[in-house]
Design a binder for this molecule. Structure first.
Ligand SMILES: Cc1cc2nc3c(=O)[nH]c(=O)nc-3n(C[C@H](O)[C@H](O)[C@H](O)COP(=O)(O)OP(=O)(O)OC[C@H]3O[C@@H](n4cnc5c(N)ncnc54)[C@H](O)[C@@H]3O)c2cc1C
Length: 371
């Protein structure tokens, strides 16, 4: 931590959990990913979504300066003053240009007192839940403190079929969250859990996102297929539900390791950064959807991969646009470069020029390489 208390020095190998807890102990916080076992470097280089983004922007927006070993072996600084083109590219397409050996990262005084409600709905309530959730898409109705997360998941103790889980995660006390909760309660959840006055550092346990959670289990095959969206579409989500319910019924081993994630983080902090200022595209999309299908038996791969693709196809078809906008950090690998890095022609032109300049022989082509 710098003496000013305004930035911290992060180095590779650091996990979200170490960052969240390390800052917390020093009275600080910042935008991080929401799952504690993932590494902060990879998340940061591809954008990085988390609960704090409504206030502070993406994880990548917190970089003040990065030190990078380039393909020619030189060690440079990228910042708003030095190697500004590299600084632009690192923030969103950063897996491509060199080895980050450290970053100066913005941090903020910590805010206490979060609250949360989690409701679980039977499948027949799916349309009602997502139609109502659309009311909270508009920025005006979606305060920067509120995250609206949905999951399709199996909860065998509650239902034989997959259920719809909805969490409202709020920076503030439950009294202020209650007006958002009441209309969902009217739909009739199977179960409801509330938490009030929760320190930020404890949110991860409540949401089963600590290092000990099944999300962090190792030794699994996992498939994702991300799509950014502007609105919930209950018709396509019904199609997704049927595919998810079918494939997880067919392969029960998937049940505890698979969900369909519908992440609705606030975007005020994200859109406060000009879209052309970093390589991170799709800033004004409030929803990120993706299957997350985990299993151990490779004999099931073909079937599960097909379901993964079918779910994304249903979502894209229901979006009213043929265009896929995908989150690079969740990429399944079959996306085109513009689908990951942005459709504006100038973005790919600029990224290709910078790739030629900083990594002409493709030494840093490990992840979603720019070619
Ligand atoms: C359990 C889990 C939870 C997740 N939660 C979130 C979340 O809350 N929010 C979110 O936005 N994303 C999340 N993700 C997705 C995440 O953004 C990506 O998986 C990301 O790649 C993880 O980064 P890592 O450093 O752990 O991965 P790694 O596999 O170590 O790195 C991924 C790629 O990043 C590059 N890279 C890593 N370190 C460096 C470095 N020092 N210099 C240059 N390049 C480097 C390399 O190309 C590498 O191939 C999650 C993923 C998992 C598995």
């Amino acid at each position: 931590m710098d003496d000013s208390g305004e930035f911290a020095e992060l180095q590779p190998g650091l996990t979200n959990g170490e960052l969240v807890r390390g800052l917390w102990e020093q009275g600080k916080q910042t935008t991080t990913g929401i799952c504690l076992c993932a590494g902060i470097m990879g998340i940061m280089l591809g954008g990085g979504h988390g609960y704090m983004q409504g206030r502070y922007g993406l994880v990548t927006d917190q970089i003040l300066e990065a030190r990078v070993v380039l393909a020619d072996g030189s060690w440079v600084t990228a910042s708003p003053r030095e190697n500004t083109d590299l600084f632009w590219a690192l923030r969103g397409a950063g897996h491509n240009f060199g080895i980050i050996t450290g970053v100066k990262f913005k941090v903020y005084d910590r805010l206490e007192e979060w609250s949360e409600v989690q409701m679980i709905f039977s499948e027949d309530k799916l349309e009602a839940v997502f139609q109502l959730s659309n009311d909270y898409i508009e920025e005006a109705n979606h305060p920067p403190e509120l995250t609206v997360w949905h999951l399709l998941a199996r909860m065998d103790d509650l239902s034989d079929d997959a259920v719809v889980v909805m969490s409202l995660i709020y920076r503030g006390r439950f009294n202020d969250l209650e007006p958002y909760v009441a209309p969902f309660r009217d739909i009739g959840p199977l179960a409801e859990q509330q938490h009030d006055g929760v320190p930020f550092v404890d949110l991860f346990d409540i949401n089963v996102l600590t290092e000990a959670s099944t999300t962090c289990d190792r030794g699994l095959y996992r498939h994702l297929a991300p799509t950014y969206l502007r609105q919930y579409n209950s018709t396509s989500l019904r199609k997704v539900y049927d595919i998810f319910n079918g494939i997880t019924a067919k392969y029960p081993e998937m049940g505890t390791h698979s969900t369909f994630m519908i992440e609705g983080y606030p975007i005020q902090g994200v859109t406060s950064i000009h879209p052309e200022d970093t390589a991170a595209p799709f800033r004004d999309y409030p929803l990120l959807l993706s299957p997350q299908l985990g299993y151990t038996n490779p004999a099931h791969s073909n079937d599960i991969l097909a379901a993964n693709k079918d779910m994304r196809r249903a979502i894209v078809e229901g979006s009213g646009s043929e265009q896929l906008n995908a989150y690079v950090n969740y990429a399944s690998g079959d996306e085109s470069l513009p689908e990951l890095y942005g459709h504006e022609p100038w973005r790919m032109r600029k990224l290709r020029e910078l790739k030629r300049k900083y990594d002409p022989t493709g030494k840093f082509n490990f992840y979603m390489p720019i070619s």
